[in-house]
Design a protein around this ligand. Structure first.
Ligand SMILES: NC(=O)c1ccc[n+]([C@@H]2O[C@H](COP(=O)([O-])OP(=O)(O)OC[C@H]3O[C@@H](n4cnc5c(N)ncnc54)[C@H](O)[C@@H]3O)[C@@H](O)[C@H]2O)c1
Length: 313
Protein backbone atom coordinates (compact mmCIF):
# COMPACT_ATOMS: atom_id res chain seq x y z
CA UNK A 1 0.00 0.00 0.00
CA UNK A 2 1.22 3.47 -0.75
CA UNK A 3 0.03 6.62 0.95
CA UNK A 4 0.86 9.92 -0.61
CA UNK A 5 0.80 13.00 1.57
CA UNK A 6 0.93 16.61 0.48
CA UNK A 7 3.26 17.56 3.36
CA UNK A 8 5.20 14.31 3.27
CA UNK A 9 5.07 14.14 7.09
CA UNK A 10 4.40 10.42 7.36
CA UNK A 11 7.12 9.67 4.87
CA UNK A 12 9.47 11.95 6.77
CA UNK A 13 8.70 10.18 10.06
CA UNK A 14 9.25 6.84 8.40
CA UNK A 15 12.61 7.94 7.03
CA UNK A 16 13.70 9.14 10.46
CA UNK A 17 12.76 5.79 11.94
CA UNK A 18 14.88 4.11 9.31
CA UNK A 19 12.04 1.98 7.99
CA UNK A 20 12.37 0.04 4.80
CA UNK A 21 10.74 1.78 1.85
CA UNK A 22 8.61 -0.80 0.08
CA UNK A 23 7.57 1.14 -2.98
CA UNK A 24 9.22 3.84 -5.02
CA UNK A 25 7.79 7.21 -6.00
CA UNK A 26 4.44 7.08 -7.72
CA UNK A 27 2.53 9.54 -9.87
CA UNK A 28 3.70 12.81 -11.30
CA UNK A 29 2.88 16.39 -10.45
CA UNK A 30 -0.22 17.70 -12.14
CA UNK A 31 -2.23 20.89 -11.95
CA UNK A 32 -5.56 19.16 -12.66
CA UNK A 33 -7.91 17.12 -10.49
CA UNK A 34 -6.54 15.13 -7.59
CA UNK A 35 -3.12 14.19 -8.92
CA UNK A 36 -0.60 14.03 -6.07
CA UNK A 37 1.64 17.04 -5.49
CA UNK A 38 4.10 14.96 -3.48
CA UNK A 39 5.46 11.74 -4.91
CA UNK A 40 6.82 10.41 -1.64
CA UNK A 41 5.89 6.97 -0.36
CA UNK A 42 5.49 5.57 3.11
CA UNK A 43 6.77 2.29 4.39
CA UNK A 44 5.03 -0.90 5.42
CA UNK A 45 6.06 -0.19 9.02
CA UNK A 46 4.52 3.28 8.88
CA UNK A 47 1.29 1.88 7.43
CA UNK A 48 1.25 -0.70 10.23
CA UNK A 49 1.70 2.07 12.81
CA UNK A 50 -1.19 4.06 11.36
CA UNK A 51 -3.69 1.45 10.16
CA UNK A 52 -2.48 -1.65 11.97
CA UNK A 53 -4.70 -3.84 14.14
CA UNK A 54 -2.14 -6.57 14.86
CA UNK A 55 -2.89 -8.06 18.28
CA UNK A 56 -6.08 -5.99 18.69
CA UNK A 57 -8.95 -7.70 20.45
CA UNK A 58 -12.03 -7.38 18.25
CA UNK A 59 -15.67 -8.48 18.40
CA UNK A 60 -17.69 -8.82 15.20
CA UNK A 61 -21.40 -9.69 15.35
CA UNK A 62 -23.04 -11.24 12.29
CA UNK A 63 -19.61 -12.61 11.39
CA UNK A 64 -20.80 -15.80 9.70
CA UNK A 65 -21.86 -14.14 6.45
CA UNK A 66 -21.62 -11.13 4.16
CA UNK A 67 -20.32 -7.84 5.55
CA UNK A 68 -19.50 -9.18 9.04
CA UNK A 69 -17.53 -12.04 7.53
CA UNK A 70 -15.50 -9.59 5.40
CA UNK A 71 -14.85 -7.33 8.41
CA UNK A 72 -13.76 -10.27 10.58
CA UNK A 73 -11.55 -11.55 7.77
CA UNK A 74 -9.88 -8.14 7.31
CA UNK A 75 -9.08 -8.06 11.02
CA UNK A 76 -7.68 -11.61 11.16
CA UNK A 77 -5.73 -11.06 7.92
CA UNK A 78 -4.05 -8.12 9.63
CA UNK A 79 -3.18 -10.10 12.76
CA UNK A 80 -6.07 -9.17 15.08
CA UNK A 81 -7.67 -11.53 17.59
CA UNK A 82 -11.34 -11.78 16.74
CA UNK A 83 -14.43 -13.07 18.51
CA UNK A 84 -16.75 -13.98 15.64
CA UNK A 85 -20.31 -13.92 16.98
CA UNK A 86 -23.38 -15.04 15.07
CA UNK A 87 -26.54 -17.02 15.68
CA UNK A 88 -25.52 -19.31 12.80
CA UNK A 89 -23.33 -21.96 14.48
CA UNK A 90 -22.64 -23.86 11.26
CA UNK A 91 -21.63 -20.66 9.49
CA UNK A 92 -19.25 -19.84 12.33
CA UNK A 93 -17.57 -23.23 12.04
CA UNK A 94 -16.95 -22.59 8.34
CA UNK A 95 -15.51 -19.18 9.25
CA UNK A 96 -13.15 -20.73 11.82
CA UNK A 97 -11.82 -23.15 9.16
CA UNK A 98 -11.53 -20.40 6.54
CA UNK A 99 -9.49 -18.21 8.93
CA UNK A 100 -7.27 -21.00 10.25
CA UNK A 101 -4.26 -20.13 8.08
CA UNK A 102 -4.49 -16.37 8.56
CA UNK A 103 -2.04 -14.49 10.81
CA UNK A 104 -4.55 -13.51 13.53
CA UNK A 105 -6.71 -15.61 15.81
CA UNK A 106 -10.43 -16.36 15.87
CA UNK A 107 -12.77 -17.62 18.57
CA UNK A 108 -16.37 -18.30 17.61
CA UNK A 109 -19.33 -17.75 19.92
CA UNK A 110 -22.90 -18.61 19.00
CA UNK A 111 -24.76 -15.43 19.82
CA UNK A 112 -28.24 -14.11 19.25
CA UNK A 113 -27.87 -10.35 19.50
CA UNK A 114 -31.48 -9.99 20.60
CA UNK A 115 -30.44 -11.65 23.90
CA UNK A 116 -28.32 -9.13 25.85
CA UNK A 117 -26.74 -11.87 28.04
CA UNK A 118 -25.50 -13.65 24.93
CA UNK A 119 -23.92 -10.44 23.67
CA UNK A 120 -22.29 -9.96 27.09
CA UNK A 121 -20.96 -13.53 26.84
CA UNK A 122 -19.40 -12.75 23.45
CA UNK A 123 -17.68 -9.69 24.94
CA UNK A 124 -16.55 -11.82 27.91
CA UNK A 125 -14.96 -14.29 25.48
CA UNK A 126 -12.52 -11.54 24.43
CA UNK A 127 -12.01 -10.13 27.91
CA UNK A 128 -11.49 -13.52 29.62
CA UNK A 129 -9.09 -14.83 26.99
CA UNK A 130 -7.24 -11.72 25.93
CA UNK A 131 -7.70 -9.29 28.82
CA UNK A 132 -9.83 -6.64 27.10
CA UNK A 133 -11.64 -5.46 23.99
CA UNK A 134 -10.21 -2.88 21.59
CA UNK A 135 -12.84 -2.81 18.84
CA UNK A 136 -16.41 -3.99 18.44
CA UNK A 137 -18.40 -4.18 15.22
CA UNK A 138 -22.15 -4.17 15.89
CA UNK A 139 -23.01 -5.56 12.51
CA UNK A 140 -25.64 -8.33 12.74
CA UNK A 141 -28.83 -7.39 10.94
CA UNK A 142 -31.83 -8.68 9.03
CA UNK A 143 -34.31 -7.33 6.51
CA UNK A 144 -37.56 -9.26 6.72
CA UNK A 145 -39.97 -6.85 5.11
CA UNK A 146 -40.30 -6.37 1.37
CA UNK A 147 -39.55 -2.96 -0.19
CA UNK A 148 -42.17 -0.29 -0.87
CA UNK A 149 -43.04 -1.62 -4.30
CA UNK A 150 -43.63 -5.22 -3.23
CA UNK A 151 -46.77 -6.63 -1.68
CA UNK A 152 -46.58 -6.16 2.08
CA UNK A 153 -44.02 -3.37 1.79
CA UNK A 154 -46.43 -0.50 2.17
CA UNK A 155 -47.94 1.11 5.27
CA UNK A 156 -51.14 -0.93 5.16
CA UNK A 157 -49.37 -4.25 4.65
CA UNK A 158 -46.65 -3.86 7.25
CA UNK A 159 -46.68 -6.94 9.42
CA UNK A 160 -46.31 -6.10 13.15
CA UNK A 161 -44.40 -9.30 13.99
CA UNK A 162 -41.86 -8.70 11.28
CA UNK A 163 -41.61 -5.05 12.34
CA UNK A 164 -40.78 -6.11 15.91
CA UNK A 165 -38.30 -8.78 14.80
CA UNK A 166 -36.36 -6.36 12.57
CA UNK A 167 -36.23 -3.73 15.32
CA UNK A 168 -35.14 -6.38 17.85
CA UNK A 169 -32.15 -7.47 15.76
CA UNK A 170 -31.14 -4.27 13.95
CA UNK A 171 -31.78 -1.75 16.70
CA UNK A 172 -31.87 -3.49 20.09
CA UNK A 173 -29.10 -5.89 19.01
CA UNK A 174 -26.84 -2.98 18.07
CA UNK A 175 -27.74 -1.16 21.30
CA UNK A 176 -26.91 -4.24 23.42
CA UNK A 177 -23.61 -4.67 21.57
CA UNK A 178 -22.57 -1.06 22.13
CA UNK A 179 -23.69 -1.31 25.77
CA UNK A 180 -21.78 -4.56 26.44
CA UNK A 181 -18.63 -3.48 24.56
CA UNK A 182 -18.50 -0.18 26.43
CA UNK A 183 -18.00 -1.92 29.80
CA UNK A 184 -14.44 -3.24 29.29
CA UNK A 185 -13.63 -0.27 27.06
CA UNK A 186 -14.54 2.15 29.85
CA UNK A 187 -12.34 0.16 32.23
CA UNK A 188 -9.48 0.49 29.71
CA UNK A 189 -10.40 4.12 28.87
CA UNK A 190 -10.03 3.23 25.19
CA UNK A 191 -11.94 1.48 22.44
CA UNK A 192 -13.50 1.71 19.00
CA UNK A 193 -17.09 0.77 18.27
CA UNK A 194 -18.47 0.55 14.75
CA UNK A 195 -22.11 -0.10 13.86
CA UNK A 196 -23.26 -1.21 10.44
CA UNK A 197 -26.07 1.19 9.52
CA UNK A 198 -27.24 1.64 5.92
CA UNK A 199 -27.84 4.34 3.36
CA UNK A 200 -31.50 3.45 4.04
CA UNK A 201 -31.04 5.13 7.43
CA UNK A 202 -30.05 8.37 5.77
CA UNK A 203 -32.75 8.80 3.13
CA UNK A 204 -35.88 7.14 1.73
CA UNK A 205 -35.20 3.85 -0.06
CA UNK A 206 -37.93 2.12 -2.08
CA UNK A 207 -36.06 -1.19 -1.94
CA UNK A 208 -36.43 -1.69 1.82
CA UNK A 209 -39.34 -1.92 4.24
CA UNK A 210 -40.42 0.51 6.97
CA UNK A 211 -38.92 -1.53 9.78
CA UNK A 212 -35.50 -1.70 8.13
CA UNK A 213 -35.45 2.05 7.33
CA UNK A 214 -36.56 2.88 10.87
CA UNK A 215 -33.98 0.60 12.48
CA UNK A 216 -31.08 1.99 10.46
CA UNK A 217 -32.03 5.64 11.08
CA UNK A 218 -32.21 4.85 14.79
CA UNK A 219 -28.83 3.09 14.73
CA UNK A 220 -27.27 6.24 13.29
CA UNK A 221 -28.62 8.34 16.14
CA UNK A 222 -27.62 5.79 18.77
CA UNK A 223 -24.10 5.91 17.37
CA UNK A 224 -24.05 9.70 17.70
CA UNK A 225 -25.50 9.57 21.22
CA UNK A 226 -23.02 6.91 22.36
CA UNK A 227 -20.14 8.80 20.73
CA UNK A 228 -21.04 11.79 22.87
CA UNK A 229 -21.32 9.76 26.07
CA UNK A 230 -18.18 7.71 25.53
CA UNK A 231 -15.79 10.33 24.14
CA UNK A 232 -14.58 11.36 27.64
CA UNK A 233 -13.63 7.70 28.19
CA UNK A 234 -11.45 7.58 25.08
CA UNK A 235 -13.98 5.42 23.21
CA UNK A 236 -14.89 6.34 19.64
CA UNK A 237 -18.19 5.27 18.11
CA UNK A 238 -18.85 5.43 14.38
CA UNK A 239 -21.12 3.92 11.75
CA UNK A 240 -20.58 2.54 8.29
CA UNK A 241 -23.52 3.12 5.96
CA UNK A 242 -23.27 0.57 3.15
CA UNK A 243 -25.18 0.92 -0.07
CA UNK A 244 -26.11 -2.29 -1.91
CA UNK A 245 -23.67 -5.18 -1.34
CA UNK A 246 -23.69 -8.76 -2.54
CA UNK A 247 -24.67 -10.66 0.63
CA UNK A 248 -27.63 -12.76 1.75
CA UNK A 249 -29.55 -9.59 2.64
CA UNK A 250 -28.29 -7.51 -0.26
CA UNK A 251 -29.09 -10.12 -2.86
CA UNK A 252 -32.40 -10.94 -1.13
CA UNK A 253 -31.48 -14.63 -1.33
CA UNK A 254 -33.81 -16.84 0.61
CA UNK A 255 -36.17 -14.09 1.71
CA UNK A 256 -39.71 -15.35 1.70
CA UNK A 257 -41.66 -14.32 -1.38
CA UNK A 258 -39.09 -11.81 -2.58
CA UNK A 259 -38.11 -11.36 -6.16
CA UNK A 260 -34.34 -11.09 -6.50
CA UNK A 261 -33.46 -7.54 -7.46
CA UNK A 262 -32.44 -7.23 -11.09
CA UNK A 263 -28.86 -6.01 -11.71
CA UNK A 264 -30.21 -3.27 -14.02
CA UNK A 265 -31.53 -1.56 -10.86
CA UNK A 266 -27.97 -0.96 -9.70
CA UNK A 267 -26.90 0.37 -13.07
CA UNK A 268 -29.69 2.94 -12.72
CA UNK A 269 -29.46 3.85 -9.02
CA UNK A 270 -25.77 3.52 -8.16
CA UNK A 271 -23.50 6.09 -9.83
CA UNK A 272 -20.70 3.50 -9.95
CA UNK A 273 -23.19 1.23 -11.72
CA UNK A 274 -23.08 -1.93 -9.61
CA UNK A 275 -23.45 -3.53 -6.21
CA UNK A 276 -20.47 -3.51 -3.92
CA UNK A 277 -18.35 -6.52 -3.10
CA UNK A 278 -17.93 -7.06 0.65
CA UNK A 279 -14.14 -6.90 0.24
CA UNK A 280 -14.67 -3.22 -0.55
CA UNK A 281 -15.61 -2.64 3.11
CA UNK A 282 -12.36 -4.02 4.51
CA UNK A 283 -10.47 -0.74 4.21
CA UNK A 284 -13.03 1.35 6.04
CA UNK A 285 -13.28 -1.33 8.75
CA UNK A 286 -9.50 -1.15 9.27
CA UNK A 287 -9.65 2.65 9.29
CA UNK A 288 -12.29 2.70 12.02
CA UNK A 289 -10.69 -0.07 14.10
CA UNK A 290 -7.22 1.49 14.03
CA UNK A 291 -5.57 4.66 15.23
CA UNK A 292 -5.88 6.05 11.70
CA UNK A 293 -9.32 7.27 12.80
CA UNK A 294 -8.11 8.74 16.10
CA UNK A 295 -10.02 12.02 15.54
CA UNK A 296 -13.19 10.49 14.06
CA UNK A 297 -16.16 9.87 16.30
CA UNK A 298 -19.93 10.11 15.84
CA UNK A 299 -19.40 9.85 12.09
CA UNK A 300 -21.44 7.96 9.53
CA UNK A 301 -19.31 6.88 6.60
CA UNK A 302 -21.19 5.88 3.44
CA UNK A 303 -19.64 3.11 1.35
CA UNK A 304 -22.20 3.12 -1.39
CA UNK A 305 -20.81 3.66 -4.88
CA UNK A 306 -22.37 7.13 -4.76
CA UNK A 307 -25.90 5.89 -4.01
CA UNK A 308 -26.64 8.81 -1.68
CA UNK A 309 -25.99 11.37 -4.38
CA UNK A 310 -28.24 9.67 -6.92
CA UNK A 311 -31.98 9.57 -7.54
CA UNK A 312 -33.43 6.72 -5.38
CA UNK A 313 -34.79 4.93 -8.48
N1 LIG B 1 -25.97 -6.17 2.02
C1 LIG B 1 -26.38 -4.94 1.90
O1 LIG B 1 -26.70 -4.48 0.80
C2 LIG B 1 -26.45 -4.05 3.11
C3 LIG B 1 -26.62 -2.68 2.92
C4 LIG B 1 -26.66 -1.85 4.03
C5 LIG B 1 -26.53 -2.37 5.29
N2 LIG B 1 -26.37 -3.71 5.46
C6 LIG B 1 -26.24 -4.22 6.82
O2 LIG B 1 -25.08 -5.01 6.93
C7 LIG B 1 -25.24 -5.88 8.05
C8 LIG B 1 -24.81 -7.28 7.66
O3 LIG B 1 -25.74 -7.78 6.71
P1 LIG B 1 -25.28 -8.55 5.40
O4 LIG B 1 -25.68 -7.75 4.25
O5 LIG B 1 -23.88 -8.99 5.55
O6 LIG B 1 -26.31 -9.78 5.45
P2 LIG B 1 -26.08 -11.35 5.68
O7 LIG B 1 -27.46 -11.91 5.81
O8 LIG B 1 -25.19 -11.90 4.64
O9 LIG B 1 -25.33 -11.42 7.08
C9 LIG B 1 -26.00 -11.13 8.29
C10 LIG B 1 -25.44 -12.01 9.39
O10 LIG B 1 -26.08 -11.62 10.61
C11 LIG B 1 -26.45 -12.81 11.29
N3 LIG B 1 -27.59 -12.55 12.17
C12 LIG B 1 -28.86 -12.26 11.82
N4 LIG B 1 -29.63 -12.12 12.91
C13 LIG B 1 -28.82 -12.33 13.97
C14 LIG B 1 -29.02 -12.33 15.37
N5 LIG B 1 -30.24 -12.13 15.91
N6 LIG B 1 -27.96 -12.55 16.18
C15 LIG B 1 -26.73 -12.79 15.65
N7 LIG B 1 -26.49 -12.84 14.34
C16 LIG B 1 -27.51 -12.59 13.51
C17 LIG B 1 -26.81 -13.80 10.20
O11 LIG B 1 -26.77 -15.14 10.68
C18 LIG B 1 -25.73 -13.49 9.18
O12 LIG B 1 -24.58 -14.26 9.39
C19 LIG B 1 -26.69 -5.77 8.49
O13 LIG B 1 -26.78 -4.92 9.60
C20 LIG B 1 -27.34 -5.13 7.28
O14 LIG B 1 -28.52 -4.44 7.61
C21 LIG B 1 -26.32 -4.56 4.40
Amino acid sequence: MTIQERDGSVAATARRAGDRVVRGPVGTQSNRGDAPVSTESVTAAAVERILGVRGSRVLVTGAASGIGLAIAEAMVECGARVVAADRDREGLEIVAKRFAELPGEVRVVTTDVTEPEQVQAAVAEAVDNWGGLDAAFANAGISLAPGLRENGGQLAGTDPDRWRRVLAVNLEGVFSTIQAASVPMKAQQSGRIVATASTAGLRADPLVGYSYAASKAAVINIVRQAALELAPHGIRVNAIAPGPFHTNIGSAVGAEGWKPIDDSVWARTVPLGRMGDTSELKGVALLLASRASSFITGAVIPVDGGTLIAYPG
